[in-house]
Design a protein around this ligand. Structure first.
Ligand code: ATP
Ligand code: MN
Length: 532
């Protein structure tokens, strides 16, 4: 059943310069679901979930993500192509245009918060033009108790106007859409894109600055869960590498699927209150927990339904980035609150489409730092015209687009914490085996799960390892429930010469990418890279 709590508080947005008199405050999921249907902005799937199309944007737009350059950010942010500066006067002018635009609209306001540990809590007020975007905020952020709303004071505000278009010439944006963080004013201003991920990743990026700078806490683009013995596991990885998929494990309590902080008190906490799973080729058999989470309250994005309202998860005609968001309690086995102890195991997930990296290997501290700074995965062909070969993609800290500080700042914090906590670090290739993309095939989910389980159970402490000749990674020679032939990637390729050539090619890409960090890296980290 959908929660349907009664809110009587009326709300004015005049303080923000928004003069709308048609403002819905804190509507229940059921109401937002129904209003969306009434407005023909979505349909109900046979599962009872709401299905919407996010419009022209079906993914984030990193080139349109800006940070206002001000006293707070000027000397701290690592400015460049990722953290693009935005003039503060231009921001004020654009803000005025956006709130003007919203002033004659029906609006949806939601009070929520981020950070499950109350010592780090960030209160967030979200103002949405569309009801389903407001339901997304309900699903993804933490939900305050009714009592807490009485004197709710926001720390940050998200203003979300997908229907507004900026004028790049006048407004200082790149094009009509934009996502701008203003740390001085504590505003995330999003316009021209209905992609809901902009809302959650906006607040994530804000916390990735606030927590290390002001709270001595390491923010991480990772999922996390807790085993029956209370041991925490953390899974870092870029988009599509398996954070959400692999953290949903019926035997372990889910802490969160995407964003966490590692505190000085030796705890890990989730920033969010929900999950945002990819649903491309989703099946009940392979991913039962996620499949069952798609029920009333969940929002499916950009999927295709048949005339019975059933989703065809193989249909990616709108986008391969089809998604579902749902409150974390749609998953059965969860940690309450979403907090865990220091991790015992950390997994770096990579979807290596070259089929070169071992499906699991154990990293030394130097290798861990090297691979964290590198943040490797592959971009796979098929979605962009003209691209048939996979391309290496390096994104520092496994999340560079969301990291306002220099990657080394996060890497140093992580290295220190990993040493203090004496954690095991594993590199897991959830990508290709038996050849590169095109020849080989994606690693079977059941094998990846078995390898992770073996690592978590300590079974891999008992086996012998072999060193990868090019990457220097320690590969276990045996693993329960996994055919031993797949543990050494070279053995899975028919053409060994082709493997060696691909491995060299990938090693060279790693080295070329790492050049920019060499100056500031010590011997131990440099020795963690490819051996050749
Ligand atoms: P994002 O940061 O965008 O949320 P994510 O890291 O959470 O990405 P997932 O949503 O878990 O990524 O996506 C992994 C996708 O790869 C899923 O669609 C999953 O079904 C598929 N997959 C196929 N084989 C594997 C495997 N061996 N391990 C993990 N995922 C796999
Ligand atoms: Mn995810």
């Amino acid at each position: 059943m959908l929660a349907n709590y009664q809110i009587t508080k009326s709300i004015s947005l005049k303080d923000y310069g928004i003069n709308s008199t048609n403002v819905h405050y804190q509507l229940s999921p059921k109401e937002l679901h129904e209003i969306t249907l009434d407005k023909n902005q979505g349909v109900e799937a046979s599962s009872g979930a709401l299905a919407v199309n996010t419009g022209d944007f079906t993914g984030r737009s990193p080139k349109d993500r800006f940070i206002v350059e001000d006293e707070e950010t000027r000397d701290k942010v690592w400015w460049g192509d990722i953290n693009i500066p935005f003039d503060s006067k231009k921001f004020d002018a654009l803000y005025d245009k956006v709130v003007d635009y919203l002033s004659d609209k029906e609006l949806f306001v939601r009070d929520s918060y981020a950070c499950a540990d109350e010592n780090y809590r960030l209160n967030i007020r979200v103002v949405n033009e569309y009801p389903w975007s407001n339901l997304f905020a309900y699903n993804m952020f933490l939900r305050p108790e009714l009592e807490e709303l009485k004197d709710f004071k926001e720390d940050w505000i998200v203003i979300n106007a997908p229907g507004f278009q900026a004028d790049p010439e006048k407004d200082g944006t790149r094009q009509g859409n934009f996502s701008i963080l203003n740390f001085g004013k504590k505003i995330a201003l999003i316009g021209g894109s209905g992609y809901t991920g902009e809302i959650k990743k906006g607040i994530f990026s804000a916390l990735n600055f606030i927590l290390p700078v002001h709270k001595n806490t390491l923010p991480m683009h990772c999922s996390a869960n807790i085993g029956p013995e209370g041991d925490t596991a953390v899974f870092f990885g870029l988009s599509g590498t398996g954070k959400t998929t692999l953290s949903a494990d019926p035997k372990r309590k889910l802490i969160g699927d995407d964003e966490h902080g590692w505190t000085k008190e030796n705890t890990i906490f989730n920033f969010e209150g929900g999950c945002y799973a990819k649903v491309i080729h989703l099946s009940e058999e392979n991913e039962p927990d996620i499949f069952k989470a798609i029920k009333p309250g969940a929002i499916l994005e950009n999927v295709i339904l048949n005339d019975k309202g059933e989703v065809d998860f193989s249909d990616i005609s709108v986008t391969p980035n089809t998604r579902v968001s749902y409150p974390i309690d749609h998953i059965n086995n969860i940690a309450k609150p979403s907090i865990g102890e220091n991790p015992k195991n950390i997994f770096f997930l990579t979807a290596d489409a070259f089929g070169v990296l071992p499906p699991i290997s154990k990293l030394s501290p130097g290798q861990a730092a090297y691979h964290f700074m590198s943040g490797y995965t592959a971009k796979v062909a098929g979605t962009e015209a003209g691209i048939n070969e996979p391309q290496p993609n390096f994104s520092a800290c496994f999340g560079a687009p969301f990291m306002p500080l220099h990657p080394a700042e996060y890497a140093e914090m992580l290295s220190k914490k990993m040493k203090d906590a004496n954690v095991n670090v594993w590199l897991v290739n959830t990508g290709w085996t038996g050849g590169a993309y095109g020849t080989g095939s994606r690693m079977k989910l059941k094998y990846t799960r078995a390898m992770i389980e073996a690592a978590l159970q300590g079974e891999l402490d008992e086996v012998s390892f072999e060193k990868h000749p090019i990457f220097g990674l320690q590969m276990p020679r045996t693993c329960n429930n996994v055919p031993f032939e797949i543990l050494d990637p070279r053995a899975t390729w028919e053409d060994k010469k082709a493997y060696d050539a691909k491995a060299m090619e990938l090693a060279n890409s790693f080295k070329a990418n790492f050049k920019k960090y060499e100056e500031n890296s010590n011997e131990e980290i440099l020795a963690g890279g490819p051996l050749v």
